[in-house]
Design a protein around this ligand. Structure first.
Ligand code: THU
Length: 158
């Protein structure tokens, strides 16, 4: 895990963070009032975004990261390079960039197996003053995946 700044990101990484910030504002979050946006950079260089969508049955809420992955799949895109995340509270700025929850790490790991390389995660504090960078294999050590089931997923790569 690396702590960095917005200025030190590459141009395309900055764009990805900007897209995460934009989509963050589409969060459907009546229960937590927490806004999360995720932007995926596909190997095709397309950007696919998602925001968190909550439900009155709280546990059924979908995180921004998984919302974005579902959209990518519906667009026939499964090979990814990076994920940018931006969060804010209703009445406060998030100072410490948030990393994906456990369920989302497992989902990102699945897509990393379909991609050419380890997936990079870049998370920004609300005002971009702090950026964290990590790879999914760093965030999910000894992950359970398709190989454990003896399944070759190469034919599912898109
Ligand atoms: N949330 C995300 O969208 N991504 C995460 O990685 C952590 C949590 C959402 C779920 C819920 O809508 C709100 O943030 C508060 O947990």
């Amino acid at each position: 895990m690396e702590i960095t700044t917005f200025e030190r990101l590459t141009g395309s990484e900055r764009c990805l963070v900007e897209e995460a910030e934009k989509v963050r504002e589409h969060a459907y979050n009546p229960y937590s009032r927490f806004y999360v946006g995720a932007a995926l950079l596909a190997q095709t260089k397309e950007i696919i975004t998602g925001a968190n969508v909550e439900n009155a049955s709280y546990g059924l809420s979908i995180c921004a990261e998984r919302a974005a992955l579902l959209r990518a799949n519906a667009m026939r895109i499964r090979k990814l390079e990076k994920v940018a995340i931006s969060t804010r509270g209703e009445t406060f700025d998030v100072k410490e960039p948030t990393m994906p929850c456990g369920a989302c790490r497992q989902w990102i790991y699945e897509f990393a197996q379909l991609s050419e390389k380890d997936l990079e995660i870049i998370s920004a504090s609300t005002n971009r003053s702090k950026i964290l960078r990590a790879t999914i294999s760093e965030l999910l050590l000894s992950a359970f995946g398709p190989k454990d089931l003896g399944i070759d997923i190469t034919k599912y790569q898109r």
